[in-house]
Design a protein around this ligand. Structure first.
Ligand code: FES
Ligand code: MG
Length: 594
């Protein structure tokens, strides 16, 4: 740890250009005087000590991250003790469960706002307070673009939820309770009681949803202290991690250890493998591909299959398994998983991490503390638990999360001895989630157990922002017959807390020229998981005819934007397979380098 940077750092910190530049004395005076108006002294600001930002994502609007308002006190203590000066500032909030029409709109907005703050203010390093789904990638993406020393601190998951003695996991209980409500098994009051039981404390989703996934992967990338991702929000260990993270960022500034030193291709491959082992969210490829693009690292959707598909599922957390966040932490969290993968030679051990040590050194000694929750490699829950990348005449790519294919689904769709990994059936097409909700229980719709449900108009431009709506429950009638899952295909996303065996993130989306736009209810679609293909069994001539007809009508129609940001983002946003980034933003790389 660097205690006295004024004497030990010959390198000029970027904050000096604001606070200590005699050649621009008039500007320096102006910058200085207003930072003194809440009590910072001239001596502090001109001491040469590093100015450390705390990028605060917590607020009343974002309950998942709200506990960062408390943790920030301990981050401050760590920064101060290590010799830094703190400037805490707000980041545009993103609450997954609160933002309408979808939080998917806000990742890039939050990213862009944070880039401006990190670039335009006197910050030498930053603590990124991560948590709820998109807050984590938004922060990491901004740190990558600006490329000043940065370290993430997760807010941590909520405590385990329980209902009548059973663990109730965030999101996952909602999908289950919705079915019970549709079947008439429970009433509205009971429904709310079940769902709220899953949120017993401060923190984010306690399942292996997108939040736990993204914070685990942040640690696997090396962008946080080892072992911190899984600590539940209210635990004392979380407070200690906040303090240690504050101390660490000051050392990182002294060492000039930047995101570009940590976020290498090897680090991303480590993260892809950890993602399969934890049963990570289908949002992970979107966010990590986006991060790689802003960092200037080559990473494609196919890398997820190449490096991730064959990795087995080791973590027994809902929705793929049984347990929840507290169990995950007590079983050893990310270091135990990395250590297990290391024994198989599946981790790039030399990858540098935030604390200056390698991934190998951080995790080598870690052990599984409860093998019901984290399984040893030899006793994995499911083999080949990563994502399958599928393509065909409907889209260039879509993914399927193999760890959540249920026994029921396997028996019904994948048990044909002649063709064990293929299925086909007539489709019913929905244009957006509103149409699905209005029609799914209509007996005239003709849903049967052979139906494939299609969701289109739900991608980054169509919705806009890409809604988490591809996981569609079957009709109430089928649910009553005991059929809980139909194959779903769509150009939207789905919640990381969903166990639905969907084929999703289809790119290009219907609204951007993808062929989901010309699929019609009644067409037959064939899925072959072994070959990695999804095709509509429609002739090439008919496809060309429908395409021409649609193009003549001006393409796939999508709803008008409701806000200025929706319109602006739509004009620059790419496909889910390549991270759904704002394409013109990608050329701005490492912009703080002088
Ligand atoms: Fe915020 Fe799940 S809703 S983490
Ligand atoms: Mg989500």
């Amino acid at each position: 740890m660097a205690d006295d940077l004024s004497s030990s750092t010959p390198r000029k910190l970027r904050s000096r250009a604001w606070f200590d530049d005699p050649s621009h004395a008039d500007m320096t005076a102006l910058y200085l005087e207003r930072y003194m108006n809440f009590g910072l002294s001239l001596e502090e600001l001109q001491s040469g000590k590093p100015i450390i930002g705390i990028a605060q994502t917590g607020s009343d609007l974002s309950p998942c991250n709200r506990h960062h308002l408390v943790l920030a006190e301990r981050i401050r203590e760590g920064i101060r003790e290590a010799g830094g000066i703190v400037l805490e500032f707000p980041v545009h909030p993103i609450q997954e469960t609160g933002k309408r029409p979808t939080a998917g709109l806000d990742r890039n907005l939050s990213y862009m706002g944070l880039v401006e703050l990190l670039f335009g203010y006197p910050l030498d390093g930053v603590v990124l307070t991560t948590g709820c789904d998109k807050t984590t990638p938004a922060c990491l993406m901004a740190a990558a673009t600006v490329n000043i020393p940065a370290i993430a601190l997760s807010v941590g998951p909520m405590l385990n939820g329980y209902f009548k003695g059973q663990r109730t996991g965030s999101g996952t209980i909602v999908w289950h309770a919705r079915e019970l409500l549709a079947e008439g098994e429970i009433d509205y009051k009971e429904f709310i009681k079940m769902v709220s039981s899953s949120a017993p404390s401060t923190g984010y989703c306690n399942t292996m949803g997108t939040a736990t996934t993204m914070n685990s992967l942040t640690e696997a990338l090396g962008m946080s202290l080892p072992g911190q991702a899984a600590i539940p929000a209210p635990y004392r260990d979380r407070q200690e991690a906040a303090y240690l993270t504050g101390k660490q960022i000051v050392e990182m500034v002294a060492a000039d250890r930047k995101p570009s030193d940590i976020l290498t291709r090897e680090a991303f491959i480590n993260a892809i493998r950890v993602n399969s082992a934890i049963g990570g969210s289908t949002n992970a490829p979107i966010h990590l591909n986006a991060l790689a693009r802003h960092m200037g690292v080559e990473l494609t959707i196919d890398d997820w299959q190449t490096y991730g598909r064959e990795i087995p599922l080791l973590v027994n957390l809902q929705p793929a398994g049984e347990y929840l966040g507290e169990d995950y932490y007590r079983a050893g969290g990310v270091p135990a998983i990395v250590a297990e993968l290391m024994k198989q030679g599946l981790i790039h051990e030399d990858a540098l991490t935030a604390n200056g040590q390698t991934m190998g050194d951080n995790c080598r000694e870690a052990e599984i503390e409860n093998d019901k929750v984290i399984r040893p490699f030899e006793q994995a829950l499911t083999p080949s638990a990563g994502f399958s990348v599928l393509r065909g005449n409907l889209f260039n790519s879509a993914i399927m999360k193999l760890s959540v294919i249920s026994k029921e689904f396997r028996e019904r769709y994948l048990s044909n001895p002649d063709d064990p990994e293929a299925f086909e059936g007539p489709v019913i097409v929905f244009d957006g989630p509103e149409e699905y909700h209005a029609k799914i229980d209509d007996p005239d719709l003709g849903v049967t157990e052979k139906t494939l449900l299609i969701m289109r108009g739900a991608g980054p431009n169509g919705y806009p922002g890409a809604a988490e709506v591809v996981n569609m429950r079957p009709s109430a009638e089928l649910l009553k017959k005991g059929i809980h899952a139909l194959p779903c295909i769509g150009d939207g996303r789905q919640s990381g807390t969903s166990g639905s065996p969907s084929i999703l993130n289809a790119s290009p989306e219907a609204a951007s020229g993808g062929n989901l736009a010309i699929l019609q209810t009644g067409d037959v679609v064939r899925v072959d998981l072994r070959k990695g293909t999804v095709n509509m069994l429609v002739s090439d001539e008919e496809i060309a005819r429908r395409r021409k007809e649609l193009d003549e009508k001006g393409g796939y129609p999508f709803p008008a934007s409701q806000t200025p940001w929706q319109e602006l983002q739509r004009s620059v946003m790419g496909e889910l397979e390549s991270g759904a980034v704002m394409e013109p933003a990608v050329k701005y790389q490492r912009i703080a380098q002088t």
